[in-house]
Design a protein around this ligand. Structure first.
Ligand code: NAD
Length: 427
């Protein structure tokens, strides 16, 4: 938790607002504004120098009325249970808005992988699973990678779960390496999923993607695949921004007639940082980090961090902008949302726009449980179908009830989960 900001209180406030609009009864509200279950535990680890250290771990299962809980595990020195609770609740809404039969979960360990050897990290992964082996599983709670955890961490966790349970359960965890139970298409899924929704928004607005320019914040996994698909649809991307590790600040890279994705990838590190001197040599203008937001484009894609479109910089958005697609989680503050709504910009909210990742994780779980793996095209076709249907359900409701897209997405998600709880006779 940073300073006084409490993400769980924010997640509860967002829920309360929609719950009131939906006139949910008190019991349903009480059920949904808190996690169903949470586990707090200690993970003792024998460190490489022979000493022992104890790490704190968590798993929060927010709601599983629609299916097994789903959500990542993050390793972070500032991890708090309130962050995990908020993220678990947001996972419930994200799975519900794309209508996949999963609930919301999230896990974490308070640790800093930068100061841990791979062997020590492996012990934390195995310890996390040993503490929770009875409470997770392919049909009750399926973890995945998140901040500072990778496919390798997932494989260690899978291995420990299978060792403890004495059987093969590839569907217990997702985000595994391809060839070890991972799904083809997972790398592309979030960026492509984002553009499937942008493509549908453009159709509604009668805009040909080939006549659009886009500006993107971020140049990591989500941004790179979003740009690839925009280019395939005929659109050009004129500006991208990223964090510069050396200068400890962000820069924007601009080419008015369109960036060349493969050329830029050739001078980008694995953290999505672009080498600015080489970019200059290739003819890119190097501008300050905020320049991405003030471009004369039709589409803005914040794909880096939370809290990036705020009251102070939302006014810089040009009148040419017609669509904002939130690849990142939480990039827009509520104050900026008001301005965007007034300007009539078509907002595709984060938990809909970036749900391609969890949808593909769901496909990974399905493939693992069948022990039969799909070709990449099949995965991406199914992803397109799911994202397109989810987008239209939200945009139809937004039109019918004259709701801002973010509110419409919340209404659909919360209604679906509330109904599932009711149908089961819980409340
Ligand atoms: P990534 O680490 O691959 O890339 C992050 C990019 O953001 C990098 O290019 C980095 O340089 C840039 N960046 C960091 N700080 C910046 C700043 N201040 N200004 C401009 N650029 C900055 O991360 P990613 O996987 O692409 O994820 C991006 C966002 O999307 C995150 O909010 C993440 O939570 C969200 N998201 C990702 C996925 C997924 O499947 N990868 C799924 C859902 C949501």
């Amino acid at each position: 938790m940073k300073g006084d900001f409490n993400p769980f209180e924010m997640a509860q406030a967002q829920f309360d607002k929609v719950a009131d609009q939906l006139n949910l009864d008190q019991a349903t509200k009480d059920l949904l504004r808190n996690p169903l279950r949470e586990y707090h535990f200690s993970i003792p680890v024998r460190m490489d120098d022979g000493s022992y250290k104890v790490f704190r771990g968590f798993r929060v299962q927010h709601n599983d009325a629609k299916g097994p809980n789903k959500g990542g595990i993050r390793f972070h020195p500032q991890e708090t249970v309130d962050t995990v609770r908020a993220l678990a609740m947001w996972m419930t809404w994200k799975c519900a808005v794309v209508n996949i039969p999963l609930g919301g979960g999230k896990g974490g360990v308070i640790c800093d992988p930068h100061n841990l050897s791979m062997h020590e990290q492996e012990q934390i992964c195995r310890g996390w699973v040993r503490q929770l082996a009875k409470n997770i599983g392919p049909i009750n709670d399926v973890p995945a990678p998140d901040v500072m955890t990778s496919a390798q961490h997932m494989l260690w966790m899978l291995d420990e779960y299978e060792a403890v349970s004495g059987s093969k359960f590839p569907g217990v965890i997702t985000g595994k390496p391809v060839g070890m139970g991972g799904s083809l298409g997972r790398t592309e899924a979030t960026g492509f999923g984002l553009i499937y929704t942008v493509r549908e928004a453009l159709k509604l607005l009668n805009i040909d993607p080939a006549n659009t320019s886009t500006s993107v914040q971020g140049f990591g996994n989500v941004a790179q695949y979003a740009i690839r698909l925009i280019n395939q649809l005929g659109g050009k991307v004129i500006c991208v921004s990223c964090w510069d590790q050396e200068d400890q600040t962000s820069y924007s890279f601009k080419k008015e007639d369109g960036i060349d994705l493969d050329e830029l990838l050739g001078i980008t590190d694995r953290f999505g940082g672009i080498e600015k001197d080489k970019a200059k040599e290739l003819g890119y203008e190097v501008l300050d980090g905020d320049a991405w937001i003030e471009q004369e484009v039709e589409i803005l894609l914040p794909c880096a961090l939370e809290n990036q479109i705020r009251e102070d910089n939302v006014v810089k958005i040009k009148d040419s902008v017609k669509v904002i697609g939130e690849g990142a989680n939480g990039p827009t503050t509520p104050e900026a949302d008001k301005v965007i709504e007034e300007k009539g910009i078509f907002m595709i909210p984060d938990f809909l726009a970036n749900a391609g990742g969890v949808t593909c994780s769901y496909f990974e779980q399905v493939q693992c449980n069948m022990n039969y793996y799909w070709e990449k095209d099949e995965v991406l076709d199914r992803l397109d179908t799911k994202m397109t249907a989810a987008f239209h359900a939200v945009s139809d409701l937004s039109k019918k009830r004259k709701l801002y897209m973010r509110d419409a997405a919340y209404v659909i998600a919360i209604q679906r989960v509330a109904q599932a709880c009711k149908d089961r006779g819980w409340v």
